[in-house]
Design a protein around this ligand. Sequence first.
Ligand SMILES: [Zn+2]
Length: 335
Amino acid sequence: MPLALTEPLPWQAQIWQRFQAVLGAGRVPHAFLLRGTRGAGKHQFARRMAEALLCEARSGEDRPCGHCRGCHLIAADTHPDLISVMPEEGKIAIGIEQVRDLIAQLGLTARYGGFKVVVLSPAERITVPAANTLLKTLEEPPGDAVFLLVSHYSSLLLPTIRSRCQFIEFPTPDEVDAIAWLSARVPQGADPLALLRIAGGAPLGACEMVENGSYASREIVAEGLAGLANGRVDPVAVAERWRTIGVPIVVENLMSFCQDMVRFRSAEGPPYLANPDLAGALQPVSQALDFTRLYWLYDRCESARRSLHSAVRLNERHLLEEITAGLVARPDSWG
Ligand SMILES: [Zn+2]
C-alpha cells in the first residue's frame, strides 16, 4: 500500500507544476522563499517539495512514489536529510547557535546520497546575527542542499537573505476552490463561506481558527469591544479576559472586526462583511468609535501582529491594556 504523503491543495496546482518542471529538468535552485498569505498552505507545499526532492524513485510523475526508502523515512518523520529549523521550544526566535548547528550538519554529505532539504520556518523569526551567519551558506550551499524558507511576512527578512532565494508566491486562493476544499473539513453546522471570509480568504487559516478556538472566541472579543465602546466595562478586566483567549487570536479578531466597522461607517447596509453573524454587535460599536479610533485600533493590532511574527518578544498584558484603555468611552474627548 502506498504511504500517506502530503495531500496536494487544489489551488496550488499551477505552482506545483512549475516546481515539477524545475525538478524534472534538474535545475533546482539552492534556496526558495515561500511567501504570501498566511493560511494558504505554504508549509504543506514545502513539505511536498521535500517529499519530491527526497523520493529516491522519481519517475517524472506528479507525486513521489510512496514506496521507496526516502518516502518511508519522510512519512515516518525520520529522514536524516530533512532538516527542520524553527524557534526552539519556549523561544520565539531562530538564534545564531541553531544556524551554526545547521551549517555543521550541512558540512556532512547527505546520508542517502541525494538532496539535503532544510525547511526554515518562520523565516522572519531569524535574528539578525543568525541571518548574517547564514548568508554565506545560503549563497554557496554544499552542492546537495536545498533551502526552503517559509515566511508569512517576508518584508521582515533581511534583503540580503531575500536576494539569495527564488520566490514562490502564495496569493489568497480563489474562493471557489477554497470553499470546495473547506466544505469537507468544517464542523457540522459551520458555514464554510462565512468561515473562509472571517479567515481573510485563507482556507488553512479557517481550519486553524476552528481548531485553536479563535472561531469560538469571536463572540467574547466582540462582547468586550461593545462593552468598552459604551463605557460599561472595566478595560483592565477586558484585557485580562482577552489574555486568557490568547493575544494572537484577539489581535486577528480585532483586525477583522475593524474592517467590518469601517464598512459600516462607510456604507449603510454594506454589501460585504467578514463577520456577518456578528453584525448586530459590531454595528453599534462602529457608531461609537470614529474613523480615527478605528484606524488607531487597526494600526495597533497590525503592529502587534508583526511583533508576534518577529523575533521581538511582545509584552502581552501591556499591549492589551493599552488597546482596551484606548477604546473605552470617554464622552469628554469623543466627538
Ligand atoms: Zn519514493
